[in-house]
Design a protein around this ligand. Structure first.
Ligand code: SF4
Length: 257
């Protein structure tokens, strides 16, 4: 089971579009930037034309599979909204049904609303949905302290924490120690970190990323440095990293495990 979001991320499935800001990590949300640039209201949540993509059938019987999304795909879900946004409550049951039908694929989603997860899991959650990973985003220590106690108590198969955009140093150790699986290992299985991109990006101090990486290595948690962000401080010096290099430079740092 692949529970981390690093490339190759096989396919994207955007069920609904639009969102409202949940915390400071949303300040420069790329979806807001993009929609506002074309005069669209990003806070209006609507179902997309791709809503039923995983269960759409191919017209031609010549293809190997039945569906437009091939068997075994790893699908990144809901990337211009939040799967647990309240305005999507009316569509979520159908979305769960589609994921259930496509248990031959894996699904990955990221939320800033872990407090809404428990009340919006489908009937049959557990073995029937072991192919679905719900990750949480915590951009600073305040959000770690607010979201992780809720998130790590949830009956999820896979727990993954995205610290992106990382806005401060983050101490996961109390949560790594407190929340343990039945085999004694940390409930958190994967951590990703990354700086903020875009014209108004806030700085990322490389020392925060290194520190987080160290916490993960020490506790046997997989770690992925997703991107440097546009403004990176390293050894006290500020670097402006061009967008095309932000992912590659992060991977060159050699922190991925
Ligand atoms: S939760 Fe995600 S999609 Fe929604 S406003 Fe925040 S960053 Fe944007």
């Amino acid at each position: 089971m692949n529970i981390d979001p690093r490339p190759p991320m096989t396919l994207n499935w955007n069920l609904w579009h639009g969102c409202t800001k949940a915390s400071t990590g949303c300040l420069h949300c790329y979806m807001y930037r993009r929609d506002e640039a074309i005069g669209k209201d990003p806070s209006v949540v609507y179902k997309t034309d791709s809503f039923d993509l995983p269960v759409k059938r191919l017209r031609s019987g010549k293809y190997k599979g039945l569906y437009k999304i091939p068997k075994g795909s790893h699908i990144f879900t809901c990337f211009s909204s939040d799967f647990f946004h309240p305005d999507a409550d009316k569509w979520r049951d159908e979305a769960w049904d589609m994921m259930h039908e496509r248990s031959d694929c894996t699904f990955f989603m990221i939320t800033k609303r872990p407090q809404r997860i428990a009340d919006h899991l489908p009937a049959g959650w557990g073995d029937e949905f072991s192919h679905v990973t719900i990750a949480v985003t915590c951009e600073n220590q305040d959000m770690v302290d607010a979201r992780l106690p809720v998130y790590l108590s949830l009956p999820l198969y896979h727990h993954a924490v995205m610290v992106e955009p990382i806005l401060s140093s983050v101490n996961l150790q109390p949560y790594i120690e407190k929340y343990r699986s039945s085999d004694g290992s940390p409930v958190i299985k994967h951590v990703s970190a990354g700086g903020e991109s875009g014209r108004d990006a806030r700085v990322c101090d490389y020392a925060w990323v290194e520190d987080l990486h160290g916490q993960c290595v020490e506790n046997g948690i997989s770690f992925y440095y997703h991107q440097t962000g546009a403004k990176l401080i390293k050894d006290g010096k500020l670097y402006n990293i061009p967008r095309p290099l932000q992912h590659s430079q992060a991977h060159q740092a050699g922190l991925d495990t």
